[in-house]
Design a protein around this ligand. Structure first.
Ligand code: PHE
Length: 452
């Protein structure tokens, strides 16, 4: 029943694919506004520490399960623990990323709309940008269309397969994204009045942090590395035995953290230069930034128009390379565990995911008065995925690797059969983090919103 599995073609391809999954809307949309809400540099510091000591060990645990089993997120547990019931839990980590994709696609659609808008030089001052985002997402049809378009692009990449789809896209988009964001940082910090934004990111404001902020920073590290969702597991299952999990792991985490910092330095100085409140929440890049572009276009029309295009192109690419990693989890499951072809699996899942996404999309507009526990449907599904499903998956992977998998197998994967010197040295630290620190951290992240 098992179809022949494809593999990534070498170290750089693996890092690009992992980084493609990790670097996404989380870095460029979520991170800057969280930094703005929770005290600037103080939040950034906690985020970096959490990425190293909490997120990275979970990343390793997930990769170890994937590569060892050479299987999808459900099948992996049947391969590694044939007598146990672990695969039932594994099934949840197949469904979870698909649920994420139902609303991730919606935001992907927004970024598509903003790219179109910037291509038409729509931020050049002729139209008042205040309230544009709100008008767009509540307009009913238009966001459904862009969301559908985004879903089609995601499906096309996945139809191409591991090598000609995922690898081919991520290999060029990842380096390009870094170049683009660096360029935007230079533009942003050179704006008059940008210095206050740079200082905001450089000087820790501890009073703005709070426990909520610490938990949000840990949760962000988690979300940003795409953990607990079976995406890392699935991508790692396409790794060759000679590639190093240890090296690809820290490289991915470093790229992810670096990109988040660059995104913050791209967004914040511009926001300060335009005199906008940095703590304006999720609307930061879709509301404040267009306003900033509009302001800047008065002084430097062409340049600011081009920067707007490059910025929203970056947002779109970041969103796309993350979205494909979530769809791949479901497609790998269906093609390996049932007789379904890749084409059928992709089309079926994409259709269902788009249809569910319609609900979230409408919930930001015509259905905005429908609430669950006092929050809108869109926020509710985001909360459920980030605060319930992701921690669940993270716990599953760390406990499986920390307590259930035979120790020699874990060691073998982490050190490539003892051949990698640095990973041999750091193995005891990894084992400690994965058994004790990560599970406690995960529980803290998920419980803080209820306690404080
Ligand atoms: N890591 C992605 C981001 O930062 C989001 C994501 C989460 C992607 C879980 C896949 C799985 O935007």
């Amino acid at each position: 029943m098992r179809t022949k599995r494809e593999n990534f073609g070498g170290r750089m391809a693996v890092i690009a694919a992992f980084a493609g999954s990790a670097i996404g809307l989380g870095n460029i949309w979520r991170f800057p506004y969280l930094v703005g809400e929770y005290g600037g540099a103080a939040f950034v510091l906690v985020y970096i520490l959490a990425s190293i000591f909490l997120a990275l060990p979970i990343f390793y645990a997930e990769s170890i399960i994937g590569r060892r089993s050479q299987s999808n997120a459900f099948g992996a547990f049947r391969v590694l623990a044939p007598k146990g019931k672990w695969h039932y839990f594994g099934f949840i980590t197949v469904l979870a990323p698909l649920l994420i994709l139902t609303y991730y696609n919606v935001v992907g659609g927004w970024s598509l709309q903003f790219l179109f808008k910037s291509l038409a030089f729509g931020f050049n001052g002729s139209e008042d940008m205040t309230g544009y985002f709100g008008r767009f997402i509540s307009s009913g049809w238009a966001p459904l269309l862009t969301h559908g378009l985004f879903a089609i692009v995601v499906a096309v990449v996945i139809l191409g397969g591991v090598k000609s789809g995922i690898e081919r896209l991520t290999k060029w988009t990842m380096p390009l994204l870094f170049v683009l964001i660096l360029g935007i940082v230079v533009y942003s910090v050179c704006l008059p009045g940008a210095k206050a934004g740079v200082l905001y990111l450089a000087r820790p404001e501890w009073s703005g942090l709070s426990w909520q902020g610490v938990s949000a920073a840990m949760g962000q590290a988690f979300f940003s590395l795409s953990l607990g969702m079976g995406t890392i597991l699935t991508y790692a299952s396409y790794m060759n035995k000679k590639d190093s999990i240890f090296q690809t792991g820290w490289s991915t985490a470093a790229a992810d953290v670096m990109f988040a910092l660059l995104a913050a330095f791209a967004v914040m100085p511009a926001v300060f230069a335009a005199g906008i409140d940095p703590g304006s929440g999720p609307g930061l890049i879709f509301e404040s930034l267009p306003y900033t572009f509009q302001q800047m276009s008065l002084a430097i029309p062409v340049i600011s128009g081009i920067v707007a295009i490059l910025f929203f192109f970056s947002v779109l690419m970041a969103a796309l390379t993350s979205a494909i990693s979530t769809l791949e989890v479901g497609v790998a499951y269906l093609t390996e565990e049932t007789r379904m072809s890749r084409k059928k699996a992709t089309l079926l899942l994409s259709g269902i995911i788009w249809a569910i996404g319609v609900v979230w999309s409408l919930s930001t507009g015509p259905w905005s008065d429908v609430t669950v526990f006092g929050v809108g449907l869109f926020d509710a599904v985001d909360f459920f995925c980030s605060n319930v499903l992701m921690p669940f998956g993270g716990l599953l992977f760390t406990i499986f690797v920390g307590y259930r998998m035979p120790k020699p197998d874990v060691y073998d994967e982490f050190t490539n059969g003892g051949t990698l010197r640095w990973s041999r040295r750091l193995y005891p630290a990894f084992r400690f983090l994965v058994r004790y620190v990560a599970p406690v951290g995960i529980v803290l992240v998920s419980l803080t919103p209820y306690i404080f």
